[in-house]
Design a protein around this ligand. Structure first.
Ligand code: GLN
Length: 390
């Protein structure tokens, strides 16, 4: 009985486990823990977006949008990426709107990768890239980011490129470390991509969440890279609407037409009224982004202060909204055991570090805190975390 059941499950599905990040949210709800695990805000999105979404529904934008994205939204995206990234994209031939950047990455891989192709992934990495590679039959090749600055070793990176390399995944600002890739690092990556004829898949979902004068550089803007870069982004993090599931992909027309076909048969399209509301997001003034970064800096500092009080060591994030902390000194067998202790006994949910590594033992001394929360939530977490020493 068990055997015949197993035969019904594909080897791909068998290789994939439930997302630990999403599991932690589920377990947090079960135990009433303050959720500093999954990366989503517990505060409101901008009023302009709420209003635009309600208006779109009232105006009967309730049927399918064009499969690759609402025209008005695509044009608004093109204008916005032009001013922010300095990238000129043709909204008719170079943009695909997807169900979040999660679908964007899978659709990109499915549109470009053949079985056995290798994809270079910097480690630690956002959990999804592992299952994405399995779904696309790609072979991940990991290149370590080394603490404390999470830099990569040039020789290690060079050695990862070979004739089977199809693409490299870049995620800047980086989840979970908060690293922001420098111009020099991206320039080296760009050179190697051109030397080996490799694509760059760049997940820039945290592009506006930057601290300490750090600048965001889009690899697509480096010489020779526009043609071979797939830039992935979305509304979720910048506009605090993770549940809307609206993402987008910028790529050259040839890659875009392949990606659009995959996207069409995967999902047909992202929610039409929410895409139209995305026009309002793209038209927010520059001050919106300045306020966003300033408010995240305060949140970051609130959490870091708590960690200082608790004498938990951490890596100061330069971007994104996570802190990777070191828990080695608590003496737990694994990060998972410590995480469950935090959730059940202390009442704070975090993500165990092993979810960001290919071999779980590499992450055993880390946990990730998310600080995309109201100050009161971060302070409630603090009160609970102080129990760690009682
Ligand atoms: N990026 C978020 C995180 O790392 C979660 C994204 C998701 O769950 N889809 O927590």
């Amino acid at each position: 009985m068990i055997d015949s059941q197993n035969k019904k499950i594909s080897t791909k599905a068998e290789q994939i486990n439930e997302s630990v990040i999403r599991e932690m949210t589920r377990v947090a709800l079960q135990y009433g823990a303050v959720n500093l695990a999954q990366g989503f805000p517990d505060f409101s999105c901008p009023r302009e977006l709420k209003r635009a979404a309600c208006e779109a529904i009232e105006e009967d934008i309730n049927q399918y949008a064009i499969t690759w994205g609402d025209r008005a939204f695509r044009h608004a995206i093109a204008e916005k990426v032009n001013w922010y990234l300095g990238l000129a994209v043709d909204p008719e031939r170079q943009i695909t709107v997807t169900c979040g950047s999660t679908e964007a990455m899978v659709a990109t891989m499915l549109a470009t990768v053949n079985p056995g192709d290798e994809i270079i992934v910097f480690e630690p990495y956002y959990e999804n890239y592992g299952p994405d590679a399995i779904i696309a039959s790609a072979k991940p090749r990991y290149v370590k980011l080394h603490p404390p600055d999470w830099t990569f070793d040039e020789t290690e990176l060079r050695q990862a490129f070979n004739n089977n390399t199809k693409a490299i995944i870049i995620n800047t600002p980086h989840n979970p470390t908060g690293k922001v890739f420098s111009d020099e690092e991206l320039t080296l990556i760009a050179e190697l991509c051109q030397q080996w004829d490799v694509l760059a898949f760049t997940d820039e979902i945290y592009e506006h969440i930057l601290y300490d004068e750090t600048k965001h550089v889009a690899i697509a803007t480096l010489p020779g890279m526009e043609e071979r870069t797939v830039t992935i982004n979305g509304l979720s993090k910048t506009y605090s609407v993770t549940g809307w599931r609206v993402g987008y992909i910028l790529a050259n027309p040839q890659l875009t037409s392949a990606i659009r076909k995959i996207h069409d048969f995967l999902t047909v399209g992202a929610p039409a009224p929410l895409q139209r509301a995305g026009v309002a997001a793209m038209q927010l003034p520059v001050s919106y982004y300045q306020d966003l970064a300033a408010s995240y800096r305060e949140k970051r500092d609130t959490l870091l202060q708590t960690l200082d009080e608790l004498e938990i060591s951490y890596y100061v994030p330069k971007g994104a909204y996570y802190v990777l902390a070191n828990i080695a000194r608590f003496g737990y067998k694994s990060d998972l055991e410590f995480t469950y202790h935090l959730i059940k006994d202390i009442g704070v949910a975090v993500v165990p570090g092993s979810s960001f590594f290919s071999r779980s033992e590499q992450g055993h001394s880390f946990i990730r805190f998310c600080f995309s929360k109201k100050t009161e939530t971060l302070l409630a977490a603090r009160d609970r975390l102080l129990k760690l020493y009682k």
